[in-house]
Design a protein around this ligand. Structure first.
Ligand SMILES: CNc1ncnc2c1ncn2[C@@H]1O[C@H](COP(=O)(O)O)[C@@H](O)[C@H]1O
Length: 507
């Protein structure tokens, strides 16, 4: 009898709990729906402004205040702490389920790879698919820099660089000791005049100094690259070395973010012919410029002729003090407007949530991006994260870059695996691999060593890098066939067979 009472009590309690959960769920869903409606309203306003066309900028400008008013829920409808906690629990459940499912679906057992400490060797063989976040000049590595500095033997003149840094409004910087060292080099000296030690020290300015660095220190590395690549043929040589290396690492597609110009299209065509890797370009707009100059850049860009290599736009440079909305609204509203009207076919990605405002990832999604670069801060806005999850927002992830330039201190803190398990099509890239002394094998190895990623998830990221690329459909279809083939070969390879990594022996 006593047992029956206990049973009834437990039953009652669990029914009550379930009802409570259903109630909470309905409530949360209603609020989320209202929130998405407000996101839509903000996007509508952007499109209305874009439709105004050529009116003075002030008439088109949406202020942060008006934007936030449109997005905010009324106090009675707003998310309570309890709602947010509940949403977090739901997301955690989804993450856990996705993890178990992926592990179950994995045909290769990575625990064996981890146990034998063969992560690096595994990643060297593993097909990578594409890299969707690569700055061309940031790919120069130490080996090629050394060769090119010897060959070009530049005059070591720094006045222009110091001027540029001094006039960058804090967007570039050197440490005082670094500046002193450079200033003390003999005036008019050539690279070959330096001692071997000084040559090495000078070379180090073409790379990011060790450890975490502030974004302005990173930015000034770009100022030194011209010493190694003063002309187009040197630049091509450095890019060829990079693409060849990527091809060896199992990369079949690279989407660069850089400046669209005829000379660069020629370079891309040359590199494609030499390497067999498919290459495309997103034109970069610089968020550090003022809004008038950005508007001019956009008008010039959109009126220039199209090219098969040009597939989209990107928005880069220091996000700190240059939020997506304040700086990107003209470009991205015009681009979205044009895309909806069929007047332009360019896709839209944006560096967003690398550093800077927590609102940036949310705002870039409202502004119509089809992919997000970095996106690290998206995890700090659980509502925007839920939106990204439901809309399957692709994210270009650069783990090593983020460890050097953002507040993330170790891979465990990096949200990419959480994104992946919430259904965001995450892919891995290297950002500026030369400057960070890394490559895509290194990024794969980090993921394998420092997270509990499964084979199915790693493979998913490779496929994501093709399916979420901005390449034309025909190109994507071909790349996908290529990737299928590479995985078929990999899974049958002697590396996989000899280590007995396959879970299903008959495969
Ligand atoms: C670390 N992640 C990043 N975040 C934001 N902006 C970045 C970047 N990496 C590079 N850039 C930006 O891209 C420019 C180089 O373009 P090119 O290759 O010369 O076309 C750099 O000046 C830098 O501001």
């Amino acid at each position: 009898m006593k047992k029956l009472y206990i049973f009834l009590f437990v039953l009652n309690f669990s029914i009550f709990q379930n009802l409570n959960a259903i109630d909470k769920n309905i409530n949360l869903e209603k609020k989320l729906e209202l929130q998405w409606k407000n996101y839509d309203k903000a996007r509508e306003l952007l499109l209305q402004k874009a439709a105004l066309g050529d009116v003075p900028l002030e008439e088109k400008l949406i202020s942060r205040e008006d934007w936030e008013k449109l997005i905010a829920l009324s106090p009675s409808e707003d998310f309570t702490d309890d709602d947010l906690l509940y949403l977090k629990t739901l997301q955690e459940k989804r993450i856990y389920k996705a993890k178990i499912k992926a592990k179950y679906e994995s045909i290769i057992d990575l625990t064996k790879v981890r146990h034998k400490q063969l992560e690096k060797q595994f990643c060297e063989q593993f097909p990578k698919g594409g890299m969707l976040h690569v700055h061309p000049s940031g790919t120069l590595d130490r080996n090629i820099a050394n060769i090119l500095l010897q060959k070009n033997n530049p005059v070591l003149e720094f006045d222009a660089i110091f001027n540029d840094i001094d006039n960058s409004s804090g967007n570039k910087m050197l440490y005082p000791s670094e500046r002193l060292w450079l200033s003390n080099l003999p005036k008019g000296a050539k690279y070959s005049d330096l001692t071997k030690n000084s040559q090495n020290k000078f070379q180090s300015f073409l790379f990011l100094p060790a450890g975490k660095q502030p974004f302005p220190r990173f930015n000034s590395v770009f100022s030194f690259l011209n010493f190694a690549t003063p002309d187009n043929s040197s630049y091509q040589q450095s890019l060829l070395a990079f693409v060849n290396k990527a091809a060896k690492e199992g990369v079949i597609y690279i989407e660069f973010t850089g400046t669209a110009k005829p000379q660069f299209y020629d370079t891309l065509s040359y590199l494609e012919n030499q390497t067999g890797v498919t290459l495309r370009l997103n034109n970069a707009f610089r968020r550090t410029k003022d809004i008038k100059n950005l508007n001019d850049d956009w008008n010039k860009f959109i009126n220039s002729s199209s090219n098969k290599y040009l597939v989209g736009i990107d928005f880069l440079d220091n996000e700190e003090n240059n939020p997506s909305l304040e700086k990107g609204q003209f470009i991205y509203s015009s681009a979205l407007f044009g895309s909806l009207n069929g007047t332009n076919k360019l896709h839209r990605t944006m560096h967003s949530g690398e550093i800077g405002l927590i609102e940036d990832p949310r705002d870039s999604m409202i502004m119509g991006v089809e992919r997000m670069g970095h996106g690290v801060n998206l995890s700090k806005d659980i509502i925007a994260l839920e939106y990204a999850s439901r809309n399957k927002m692709p994210i270009e992830i650069n783990i090593s870059s983020n460890l050097r330039l953002t507040s993330i201190d170790n891979v465990k803190q990096h949200p990419f695996i959480k994104y992946l398990r919430l259904g965001l099509p995450v892919s891995l890239s290297t950002d500026d691999e030369g400057m960070f002394d890394i490559d895509i094998n290194n990024e794969c190895t980090i993921a394998l060593k420092k997270t509990d990623i499964s084979y199915a998830e790693l493979k998913q990221m490779s496929y994501n890098s093709i399916t979420t690329s901005f390449a034309a459909k025909e190109d994507k279809d071909l790349l996908k066939i290529k990737l299928d083939h590479l995985f078929y070969q990999f899974e049958k390879s002697s590396f996989v067979q000899n280590l007995d990594l396959l879970k299903i022996s008959s495969y």
